[in-house]
Structures are given as structure tokens and as C-alpha cells.
Design a protein around this ligand. Sequence first.
Ligand SMILES: Cc1ncc(COP(=O)(O)O)c(C=O)c1O
Length: 426
Amino acid sequence: MPKARYKEHSVGDHELRPESLMMGYGYDPMLSEGAAKCPIFQTSTFVFPNAEAGKAYFQLAYGLREARPGEESGLIYSRLNNPDLEILEDRLGLWDGAEAGAVFASGMAAISTALMAYLRPGDAIVFSEPLYGGTEHFILSVLPEFGITAVGFPAGRPIADLAADIRARVGTRRVPVVYIETPANPTNAMVDIADLAAFAKTLEANGARPRLMVDNTFLGPLWQHPLRHGADLVIYSATKFIGGHSDLVAGAVLGTDEAMHPVRALRTFMGTMADAWTGWLLMRSLETLKMRMTAMMKNARYCAEFLNDHARVRQVFYLGLIREGDPQYPIYRRQCGGPGSLIAFDVEGGEAGAFRFLNALKLIKLAVSLGGTESLAEHPGSMTHSDVPPEDQLRMGITPGMVRLSVGVEHFEDLIADLGQALEAV
Ligand SMILES: Cc1ncc(COP(=O)(O)O)c(C=O)c1O
């Protein structure tokens, strides 16, 4: 497909920002009857111009030969490729500076496919804790059934203090994957991506090149760019900020062509790709990504300050409240472009207090998930992280009174009024 003209990144010497490119990048209207917007290619299969072309497309798709200069893979079948996914993957890559990407049917499809693409029986995976509950379950309960050893370490502590213990638990096993989530769900504890990239290299001695995978769902793709700090792959639940309206489920993995190759190949054979309609919805969402995430972050700052001053709130965990002198402050300054819009806070009265608060909310909805236009609140201890045993929850900083709040685009004074009246119920 002659797409090159629609993949320009600059006007003369002026480099264009991702938010300016979201409306047209990678799409040639002349290939679609002049439609200004990319249509939904709701088709399972694609017609080849002739048998020779079909053969050439398969040769490239299955890696049977190298592409000739200027040759692009043709469209074959929607489990392998589809214009809505290809254009979306090109656009997603612009935010993170990635060469290649793959969109999935869910964040968990993205995570499980990326992990299975690299791990083999007998290997170990090193990972930060806490992680999103589903990822934690996959690593601790599913991967061990395939002979993979899980070696966790706490987020929020310097890797230099933990390295010897991690090495002892890894033993002589290969470590093809170091997996982190930063900031962590739900505590907002941070992991230093550059430090972890350096540490991952030292594990290479065991016989595999460790790939550093970063779940960037909480801050990305606007406020944090892990590939620039040494990560190999960046992973998203696109259900969250990228989709942004709590009306779809999707995931994404991005990185270099080389690091993405096994992930894309396994996606084809596991069939974990997103469908065209979801791809189209995500492209539409990307047009407003920066506006949405900026508005949510501004609202979150007001809400975090209000909660921080409230007598019934014991502690607030929000990146925007970290001050100089805190060991996490230099990490925040180095790797985050903003504090995002997720707040965890501990109310008085443990689980009963948290439940009274959640049951009293009127504007803010009681629901899991995050990153949508509407504000959502939930209780990690009994909901998203209920799979983590209570003693491990405490070790990870997930207290019985903890509430996780995802701040939306409503008026901040309305949000504060709702938070205030619900805190009265605590
Ligand atoms: C940080 C994080 N990663 C991954 C996931 C899983 O994504 P999905 O629900 O789209 O499968 C979630 C879901 O809540 C999440 O919060």
C-alpha cells in the first residue's frame, strides 16, 4: 500500500507532536473512496489481486523471505492484519517512540501473549509487586503450571537493596523476562525503569537476554514513556486511558521491531488480536487522548489535595503529592511527565469505613477499571486485588481501608462535593 505520504512526521523542519498526528497518520483517504475518516474494515478476509500476490503476502507474513526494498506486507486475513489495527498500531507507536506495536483483545491478552512469547519451561520471571490482580494471578498461578518460577520483589524500594535476594531466588535459571508495573496498581509505588533495565542486563549471565516489560497503563501513553528509559516492551490495558470511555476492552504491546517479532507471531497463532470495530473505536479515542488525560490530571490534583487535608483520610498515595526528600521524588522527576489521575487513599475504619464511603458516593460510580471519562472508585482489598492473600496485601501496602479513585473529566468542584459528603458517612 502506498502509505508513505501519510506517515510524515514533520512540516518542513517542524516536528509534529503525536496529538497533531492522531487525526490522519497512516491513513490514505484515496484508498477508501476519499473517506475523511478511516472506515471500519469489518471483514474477516481480503481478496488478493492475483495468486502470485497471495503467495508473496504469505511469504512475508510467515517470514519465509526478507521483504524487497519498499515492499509492504499485503492484507491477508483479520487474525493476521487489518487496516484498522495496522493504522492504530502506527499511531500508538508515536506516543512511545516505538517502531512496532500489536493491539490485543484485552490488556490480559496483551500481557499473557507477551509473556508466553518469551518464557519457556524451566525459566524464571522477575517481577515487581503489587501488580494488577489479573497479572499477578497469571504469574503466580498460571505460569508455574508451565514450569516457570515467579520471583517477586517490592515496588518502591531501590533495586540495589534487593538484587542479591532476587539473584539467590533465581538461581541458575534463565530470566527471559523482567516485568514491572510503575506506578503500581493500586498503591502508586514507583519502580525506577532505568535501574531495572541495568539490573536486567546483569541477569543475562544465566543464558537469556532478559526483556524489560513495563505495564504503563497508569500513566501512559501521555505521562510516561518507558522505552526512553531502557524498557524493551511497553504494555497497556487499552481498556483504560487509551479507550478512555469505559466502553471497550483492549490491550497493546509496543517496542522495537526485533522485540515485537515473537509477540506479533504468537498473537497470530493464539488469535488474541483485537477486532476491527475495537480498533476503530480506539483510533477515535486517540484523537482526544491528550485533552482527556490532561483534564483528568488537573481534576485529580484538586481531589488529592482535598483528601489529603480531610480528617477522615489517613493517607493519600498520589504522585502529585510526593515532595522533595521522599526517596521516590527523584524517580518521579526523572521518568514521569505528570502525576496522572489515579489516587489511592486510606480512610478511617478499615474495610467497614471504606465500604461506608463507597456506598455513600452519588456522582462517582462504584466500579473497578480506570482511565475513563467518568470517575470510578473501588476497594482494592476485596475487589481488584482480592486474589492476593490478606497478609501479602499488607506487605504490598494494600490496607483494608484503601480506596482507589480514578478521576474523570467532571467539574472538580462536583467531585469534591461528592467526596466530602461520602467521607461524612465514614
Ligand atoms: C495496570 C493494569 N494492567 C492490566 C490490566 C488488565 O487489562 P484488561 O482488563 O484490559 O484485560 C488492568 C486492568 O484493570 C490494569 O489495571
